[in-house]
Design a protein around this ligand. Sequence first.
Ligand code: F6R
Length: 361
Amino acid sequence: DMGGHDTYMHKEIHEQADAVDRVLRGRIDDRFSTVHLGGLNLDAREARQIRRVKILGCGTSYHAGMIGAQMIEELARIPADAEPASEFRYRNAVVDPDTLYIAVSQSGETYDVLAAVQELKRKGARVLGVVNVVGSAIAREADGGVYVHAGPEVCVVSTKCFTNTTVAFALLALHLGRTRDLSVRDGKRIIEGLRKLPEQINEILKQEEEIKELAEAYAEARSMLFIGRVRGYPVAREASLKLKEVSYIHAEAYPASELKHGPLALIEPALPTVAIVPDDDLLEKNRAALEEIKARSGKILAVAHQHQEKADQTVIVPKNEDELDPILMGIPLQLLAYHTAKALGRDIDKPRNLAKSVTVE
Ligand code: F6R
C-alpha cells in the first residue's frame, strides 16, 4: 500500500521523520546525557578498550558507515573508518583483537557483508551489526548491535534506511563517547540535536516543489558532479549513487579539495555540480571551491545552511549540531534524484539491473 504516493521511493522519503522518531524512541538517557542501546552486548570496560573501529557495508550502507565512522571518531575519539565489505573480504586484511568491527546492512542478508562477518568471527573478532531487518542473517551472526528501526523498505533504492542508519551511528557514537571522554555538556548538545531531527526533516520535505523544479531542469544533464568535504563528502557519495540508480544519469562524487587535482578539467556549463556546503569550520574552503567552478562557467546547485552567492541555486537545510549535519544534508538530494527520475519516466521503485538485496557474490 503506497498510501497515496506514486512510488515506494516517494512514500519512504516522506516517512523519514517518523522513522527517525522510532530509532530514537526509548534510547535517550537525559540523566547521564547518553543513550542506552539494549542489544549492544558491550560493557563499559570493553567499550573503553576499543582501539579502532572498522565499519563494513555495501552501497548506501557503506556510505552510512562512512558518516558513522566520522561520528565515532569525532564524538568518541576512536580512530574509525569504513570500507566496502567486498573489498575488505578479498584483501586478507589484518584482523586485530582491539578493533571493533561493525557490519551495516538494511536487509541483513547482503552476501559480501555476511561473508565478511563470518570471516571476522572465525578469526575471533568482535562484530556488531547496524541492521534494519530484525532477525536477519547478519543480525543473527553478529555479537550484538543496534537495530535501525526504519520499518520495511520496499523501494529497491534505500532512502529512509540510510537516514536512520546515520542516526543509529550517532547514537552509537554518543554512547561510546560518553563511556569514554565526551563531556556531559557535549552529550547534552548531541541529544538536543537528535531531538530536533524529525521536525527538521519535515522542514526539508516542505521544499519539495522547488526541488522538483530544479530536478526538471537538471534532468537534461548527461553527467553531474557531486562534491563535499569531510562531513559533506559521504553525503555527496550517497547523493551521486541515488541519482545514478534511479535516473541513470552518470554522476561522480569527489572530495571538494581534490577538484584541482584533476576533475576541474571537466568543468563546463554542461556538467552541473551539486555542492554540499555546511556551515561548519570548512565553510570558507567550500566557498573557494564554488568560486573555482564558477570561474570555469560551471553550474552549481548548493545544499547549504545559508544562501551561497556563487551557486546558481541553493537548497537551504536547517542547521543542527555540526556532527549531525550529514544526517539531514542528503535528504533534499533524495528528492532531487526522485524528481529527476520521474521527469525522465524511469521505473523508480525497480531500477534496471538492480535487486533489493544482493545475496550472491
Ligand atoms: C542503494 C542500494 C544498495 C544497497 C546495498 C546494500 O540505494 O539500495 O546500494 O545499499 O546493496 O544493501 P544492504 O544495506 O541491504 O546490505
